[in-house]
Design a protein around this ligand. Sequence first.
Ligand SMILES: [Zn+2]
Ligand SMILES: [Zn+2]
Length: 440
Amino acid sequence: MRVRSLAVPVTVLAAGLVWSGLRAAATPATPLEKRIKALSDKLAPELIDIRRDIHAHPELGLQETRTSAIVADYFRKLGLEVRTGYAKTGVLGILKGGKPGPVVAMRGDMDALPITEETDLPFASRDKTLLDGRETGLMHACGHDIHTALLLGVAGVLSAVKADLPGTVVFVAQPAEECCGGADMMIRDGAFKDIVPAAFFSYHVDDRLKAGRIGYTPGSMTANVDGFKLEVLSEGCHGASPDLCVDPIVVGAQIVTALQVMISREIGVYDNTVITVGSFHAGTAPNIIPRSAKLEATVRTHGEAQRRVLRDKITRLVTNICEAAGAPFQLDYGLGTGSVFNDPGLVGRALTVAERVLGSKTALVEQKPEMGGEDFSYFGRIAPAVMFNLGVVPPDRESTAVHSPTFVADEAAIPIGVNLMANILLDHQMKRAKGAGAGS
Ligand SMILES: [Zn+2]
Ligand SMILES: [Zn+2]
């Protein structure tokens, strides 16, 4: 999912004070890190071919059978243990290293969007499908084709150095991030029942950063995606005699306005919160007060405590306005996907690795939290997790937004992302193996 935020990137230098306690001074890349860089560059043409193939044949959530088969096949050729069938099309590739150590996971999502592609790419999608009876194009407009290629690339690189790899890496090819909570479904289907990672890592492409740049947000990164449906009821009456019934349109309009006043007067200025009533339907004619008004809203917050604060405040506000008007009502409030929380310790450690393997800390960009959602948050309930943003804006193009029909990602980001993530995972495993006496 995700949306662009108004976040203004600041360089890592500006965040130096925050991270000074967590980050060691950068040292030159080790011989193993140099080898991983060479392997990443060597794999790039093959990964770009696979990415273009997936891009040309996008599949909606829970229908990623073709993509899933490509992933499983690639993992098998690498010699990984392959497990399939989680959330219909989800795949696990399990790589066992040559040394003892813990389990770590990398996630890549595979699904596309019902958008008709309007790019001039030679491998642009021309596929179509019927959705709710209407024909629509299909497009990888959120970069999940890149995410899948990155997953395969890191699996390929770490397979090549597995003699030096402590522990086990689980590569998680996830379906249905956009539509249906594929992460939650994989977990419910038992993907991590008998193999429990000590940490999860992931990327999302970033449509604000040039290729070669990496964005990071310590702590809350994406929003809780909650919301409600409200129906305000009335007996209905003539529009010329409004005193004879409750006017659900007026009551609904009061609620819409009161919600925005509540945000400005009752929510702390630093507690990122959005309420958008995106749907309001009522009435059939100018002289009839209708029997109901239906409203739907999305509620975005950061942190577990804040989402419950909003639920309580909205319930109180709706109840009191409806009761004051004498209007019966039905309120259905739902807590949806939680916010992605990037573990500060894992972020700090990974930034040290990133400075070393990218050769410059100016490639690292600290970003403000976003108000979009990401179901990677479900993996964060199992173990500490981190999602990095991978810049994909081509050097010669203006940035185009994800979820737009003209979104274009620079494939030069693929070997950069593979190199960095392979090193982050390796570093995590080496550190954890040492911490556990290399015996667990
Ligand atoms: Zn998306
Ligand atoms: Zn996405």
